[in-house]
Design a protein around this ligand. Structure first.
Ligand code: F6P
Length: 366
């Protein structure tokens, strides 16, 4: 019997839980006798390479991978079918739209009936454009940043928050021992979810997020109070996308071919230099970086990832394409991918999380 083929892939930056989704997709599909699952290596790149890098996935291949970070299918946040990097004779790079060729290859020789794309905003954008060109595709939202709209939460976020909270906990003991200010810079791009959550869970004194440009003089005041109120140390959590009032984010262009995002990072050091211009303080900066993306997913993320994987297969079996699976408490539902990429999910000033942070005297920079 010729089986229908479902292709699964992971795109964008990795995050804890990707393997749990892949496992769920494969396990759920295994009970459908007329389907088989293939995996493309490095998102759609595996299809566009010669020879194609595609693997057959059975439950044996995915056994036990739900507890592992990263992705067995590898991932990339460079290029893609609509902007494939091509080197010119003079050594410079340009991009080529290979989306038609991608669709041809998926049809023949691969005979792919449907695709499940696990990724963030960039991957969902590609998924939507391919859907509009006729591809049967389902999206699954992932990102530690939790900045995708149309879902209450993305998997990977909770795991990143655990890592960031653990960092705050550890910085508290060293800050207290040395009577220091410790500044912890966390990821999140332009969304402050990781920063705010870790600040709340860890009990930071100050939390600076991209959604609230900070007033440096007020930060100085708060730090001074905490350093001098008998406790003698202070903890600041700052999101990589945070910026001072009237200033801009600290970022740089990437020199990697096909990488389109600006690379954020370093605002913790900017903050320290701004503080030192205004006060005498002993301080250290710690940039947590990619530790937040690695390691074992939390139980919450494993469960969410598994729910997303199973739901995605059900949408494939129903032929309900062009959808992204989504969590709307308490259910896993689906939404048009087009809606999900329409806007980002940012922290709003009237949210409970912000009110709670203010309620326990975490200073938010405004
Ligand atoms: O979007 C997830 C994220 O980890 C951001 O928080 C961070 O700014 C970025 O990716 C880093 O990406 P890269 O993998 O290119 O270093």
């Amino acid at each position: 019997m010729i089986k229908k083929r479902l292709l699964v892939m992971t795109g964008g930056g990795d995050c804890p839980g990707l393997n749990a989704v892949i496992r769920a997709v494969v396990k759920r599909m295994e009970s459908e006798k007329d389907w088989e699952v293939l995996g493309s290596i490095e998102a759609f790149n595996g299809i566009l390479r010669d020879p194609p890098q595609v693997v057959r996935l059975t439950s044996r291949d995915v056994s036990g991978i739900h507890i592992r970070g990263g992705t067995i299918l590898k991932t990339t946040n460079k290029g893609g079918p609509f902007a494939w990097p091509v080197q010119q004779d003079d050594g410079s790079w340009t991009t080529e739209d290979r989306s038609d060729e991608l669709l041809e290859r998926l049809a023949d020789p691969l005979h792919v009936e449907a695709v499940v794309s696990i990724g963030g905003e960039g991957s969902m954008d590609i998924a939507q454009r391919l859907y509009e060109k006729g591809l049967n595709i389902i999206g699954i939202p992932k990102t530690i940043d939790n900045d995708l709209s149309s879902t209450d939460v993305t998997f990977g976020f909770q795991s990143a928050v655990e890592v960031a909270t653990d960092a705050v906990d550890k910085l508290v003991t060293t800050a207290a021992s040395h009577s220091r200010l410790m500044i912890l810079e966390v990821m999140g791009r332009n969304a402050g979810w990781i920063g705010l959550s870790a600040a709340l869970a860890g009990g930071a004194d100050v939390c600076l997020i991209p959604e609230i440009p900070y007033d440096i003089d007020k930060v100085v005041e708060k730090v001074r109070t905490r350093m001098n109120d008998g406790r003698g140390f202070a903890i600041i959590v700052i999101s990589e996308g945070a910026k001072p009032l009237g200033g801009s984010t600290v970022s740089r262009k990437s020199d990697e071919v096909g990488y389109q995002n600006d690379i954020l990072g370093g605002v913790g050091h900017l903050l320290l230099s701004e503080l030192k211009e205004r006060m005498d303080v002993t301080a250290r900066v710690m940039i947590l970086g990619h530790l937040q993306r690695g390691g074992t997913p939390t139980a919450y993320d494993r469960i969410l990832a598994t729910e997303y994987g199973v739901k995605a297969v059900e949408l494939v079996l129903e032929g309900d394409y062009g959808k992204m699976v989504s969590y709307r408490k308490p259910n896993v539902v689906s939404v048009p991918i087009a809606d999900a990429i329409n806007q980002y999910n940012y922290v709003t000033l009237d949210s409970d999380l912000v009110k709670t942070a203010r309620g326990v005297n975490i200073f938010l920079g405004d």
